[in-house]
Design a protein around this ligand. Structure first.
Ligand SMILES: *[C@@H]1O[C@H](CO)[C@@H](O)[C@H](O)[C@H]1NC(C)=O
Ligand SMILES: *[C@@H]1O[C@H](CO)[C@@H](O)[C@H](O)[C@H]1NC(C)=O
Ligand SMILES: *[C@@H]1O[C@H](CO)[C@@H](O)[C@H](O)[C@H]1NC(C)=O
Ligand SMILES: *[C@@H]1O[C@H](CO)[C@@H](O)[C@H](O)[C@H]1NC(C)=O
Ligand SMILES: *[C@@H]1O[C@H](CO)[C@@H](O)[C@H](O)[C@H]1NC(C)=O
Ligand SMILES: *[C@@H]1O[C@H](CO)[C@@H](O)[C@H](O)[C@H]1NC(C)=O
Ligand SMILES: *[C@@H]1O[C@H](CO)[C@@H](O)[C@H](O)[C@H]1NC(C)=O
Length: 499
């Protein structure tokens, strides 16, 4: 049994297959009203900076610029005279406003720190599109997309922060970088590469060890398996047994129509592989965003959505009707609002502008996560670098460089290496998050600290605090705040001594 490999799988990294429903669920006038409401009271101002396209080449042709967006909030800032800190979010693969709205932690702690908040967009995403802001040109082929790399993005952040501090006459203000997921990887790499700009980094759910063979290619799906199995053995078994059933029914005459009806799929559909991919997406993203409170990051979800999915699967009313059970689980992820009329497997909308992750996943970001062992909740399969490379050749005409990230930023033997190099980093990981397998889970030194939350999910620490937050989450945030506060006092101490 195998599921057709396709580019969508790459987006399983941080971004996703936004299959249709996010938009289908609301009438467009409602979306417009909602956007208008949000526009009127956004907690930041958007600004644009003229950014260099190619930081690593003096060839005049590559010496072009683009308009680079960042968001700023100075409400709480103590100002330059007090050298009050600047908290910078190192943007990841999507619209920076979406990340800012999902990084409430920075807003929550800014008053106590009297911090300036800055969220910088990643080049080629959102409104920070090179080549005159024209996506059709910027995304056309390797001659333009070649400028979409992590090293260029980090150099963008460095350039922008230095210029911003100069403009604010705040050259001595300490900068702390924050990021989640790929943004967390960038935050930690920024601290390593630009220690003269950032005094510390909070890297949340940053799988910097998910490259080459540092982390097992089975770890990602093993964690998803463990999440569902921790709710009930039956839940795990029903999901695991469903793939073969779907394929078998799919082969029977009239089987596809039966599947379509069982899952509430729209009329334009369908093949069994697409249905399996759609279901798998729901399980992967629900595991990633298994937050303890209701949320709306990838999709609107209840608190503890993995538990809710398993509740649907374990529901005695559906007895041994596997499809009814899986349909119930899919509804948790795709229809929590209860307004989906049918599920459209064909249409894929991308409301957060994540599409060019495909290019990154075909060049530097070769993160082996797609292995499934015998125990996996998904069909058994091997991670195949050559399959990835072949798709990338087809799609973008490029050969990946699977060893570049570890060459540029390290990763092998990180505990030994960073023990003697670097300081002031926090790696947060929640063990419910499939990406935690590629995270830093042990303390490296007194100043490079791992915070691990057994019940945590993907960068849950960075979310806005709520009254319902469990104690472990409040403790994680308290610990992070204390550590950041220590970095800043130490910095002021050094500044006073004029080190
Ligand atoms: C900064 O954020 C706070 C909290 O969300 C908000 O009340 C304030 O209006 C924001 N300030 C600016 C300048 O956007
Ligand atoms: C690549 O894209 C650029 C910009 O759109 C275009 O000028 C060029 O002809 C394209 N090259 C190839 C080989 O398609
Ligand atoms: C700094 O000020 C200059 C001159 O006004 C402006 O062009 C530039 O965009 C500013 N830098 C940032 C990061 O906003
Ligand atoms: C990764 O592969 C290299 C080369 O084959 C090997 O030396 C190393 O031990 C492997 N590392 C891990 C963590 O498996
Ligand atoms: C479960 O399936 C078996 C056959 O596979 C069937 O005989 C039985 O009636 C089913 N149980 C329920 C409660 O539907
Ligand atoms: C979505 O949920 C509502 C409310 O439970 C239900 O009536 C509707 O049929 C569901 N949509 C689909 C496509 O199953
Ligand atoms: C790392 O050290 C801190 C104390 O500095 C401790 O609270 C924390 O639990 C340690 N992390 C791990 C993963 O052991």
């Amino acid at each position: 049994m195998s599921i057709k490999p396709n580019l969508i799988l790459f987006f399983w990294v941080f971004s996703c297959l936004f299959s249709s429903l996010t938009l289908a669920r609301f009438p467009s006038s409602a979306i417009r009203a909602e956007l208008a409401r949000r526009n009127s009271n956004k907690p930041y101002k958007a600004k644009y900076f003229t950014q260099i396209l190619d930081h690593f080449n003096f060839n005049p042709k590559s010496y072009q610029t683009f308009q680079h967006r960042y968001l700023i909030n100075d409400t709480y800032w103590g100002g330059p005279n007090k050298n009050s800190p600047i908290f910078v979010y190192t943007g990841n693969e999507g619209d920076i406003e979406w990340f800012a709205q999902n990084t409430g932690f920075m807003f929550d702690i800014a008053p106590d720190f009297e911090a300036l908040l800055v969220f910088i967009e990643h080049r080629f995403y959102g409104k920070s599109i090179p080549f005159g802001g024209d996506k059709d040109v910027a995304y056309s082929n390797a001659s333009t997309l070649g400028y979409l790399t992590s090293a260029q993005a980090l150099a963008d952040y460095a350039t922008l922060v230095i210029d911003l501090k100069k403009n604010l006459t705040a050259v001595d203000a300490p900068v702390v970088v924050f990021g989640g997921s790929y943004g967390g990887m960038l935050a930690s790499w920024f601290r390593l590469k630009y220690p003269h700009i950032a005094i510390g980094a909070l890297a949340s759910s940053a799988p910097i060890l998910n490259f080459e063979n540092i982390t097992s290619p089975y770890s990602f799906n093993n964690i998803i398996t463990r999440d569902f199995r921790s709710e009930s053995e039956n839940c795990y078994k029903v999901i695991k047994g469903s793939w073969e059933k779907i394929e078998n029914i799919g082969k029977r005459s009239g089987g596809l129509e039966l599947l379509r009806k069982s899952f509430g799929i729209c009329k334009n559909y369908i093949d069994a592989g697409a249905l399996e991919g759609w279901l798998q997406t729901a399980f992967v993203y629900t595991a990633m965003t298994d937050y303890p409170t209701p949320s709306n990051f990838l999709n609107p979800l209840p608190a503890y959505p993995v538990k809710q999915m398993c509740k649907a699967i374990d529901d005695p009313k559906t007895a041994n009707d596997t499809f009814a059970k899986l349909y119930g689980a899919a509804n948790v992820y795709y229809n929590y609002s209860g307004t989906a009329t049918c599920f459209n497997l064909d249409e894929s909308s991308d409301p957060h502008g994540l599409d060019m992750w495909g290019w990154q996943a075909c060049t530097e970001m070769i993160m082996p996560t797609e292995g499934n062992n015998k125990e996996s909740i998904f069909p058994e399969s091997e991670w195949s670098y050559s399959d990835r490379a072949a798709s990338c050749k087809d799609y973008f005409g490029v050969h990946p460089r699977p060893n570049w990230i570890t060459t540029e930023f390290g990763g092998h033997d990180i505990y030994r290496v960073l023990k003697r190099y670097g300081s002031n980093m926090i790696f947060f990981n929640g063990l419910r998050d499939p990406w935690s397998g590629g995270g830093v889970l042990k303390n490296i030194s007194n100043t490079i600290v791992a915070i691990v939350a057994e019940q945590g999910a993907h960068h849950v620490d960075l979310r806005f605090a709520t009254k319902e937050d469990p104690k472990w989450l409040r403790d994680v945030r308290k610990m992070e705040t204390n550590i950041i506060s220590k970095w800043i006092s130490q910095y002021y101490h050094d500044l006073e001594l004029d080190f």
